[in-house]
Design a protein around this ligand. Structure first.
Ligand SMILES: [Zn+2]
Length: 167
């Protein structure tokens, strides 16, 4: 048996602050494209809520394909009046690889409980896959990327057949 208790603990539904995430996540090399996606998501959130958050930095980003859709899930930190918040965003590229048509599908602060991704709990294709979607979780991301607990908030990552996420 592999001891996966640390992974299970990382996924588990809990409150994670922006400061905790910043301390824990060793920032990957964040590309200009990823920063751009965070800015795009935050701009849509600011407009919708009539607020003015400023981007502090992108922490994690994961791009995956799902049934010919291209999604990016992001965690970034933004601040307003010196208070930092951790955000989750989902961007869909609707250009299908031919041109880039980016749509912000979701952008929410993770104020209350959040949950990591279940990528390592996808069905193993060698065992034969059960068809289906699980709209409560994200199977496209690893345990470190935090999502809203209500899986219906975002569109991608719900197909738990692993082969869909090999990019
Ligand atoms: Zn995800």
């Amino acid at each position: 048996m592999i001891d996966n208790s640390a992974q299970v603990e990382e996924i588990s539904c809990k409150h994670v602050t922006a400061e905790e995430m910043e301390a824990k996540i060793i920032r990957q090399e964040i590309t200009r494209e990823q920063t751009y996606l965070s800015e795009l998501a935050l701009a849509s959130f600011n407009k919708r809520k009539k607020v003015k958050f400023e981007l502090c930095g992108t922490l994690l980003s994961r791009l995956f394909y799902e049934s010919s859709h291209i999604f990016t899930h992001l965690n970034f930190v933004a601040k307003r009046k010196d208070k930092k918040k951790l955000f989750f965003a989902e961007i869909e590229d609707c250009g299908r690889g031919r041109e880039e048509i980016l749509k912000v599908r979701c952008c929410v602060p993770l104020d209350s409980l959040c949950e990591g991704g279940y990528y390592y709990y996808c069905d193993d294709p060698r065992r034969g896959c059960r068809k289906g979607f699980d709209f409560t979780r994200c199977y496209g991301c690893s345990e470190f990327l935090k999502h809203p607990v209500d899986g219906s908030t975002y569109s991608g990552g719900h197909d738990h057949r692993r082969r869909n996420y090999i990019v």
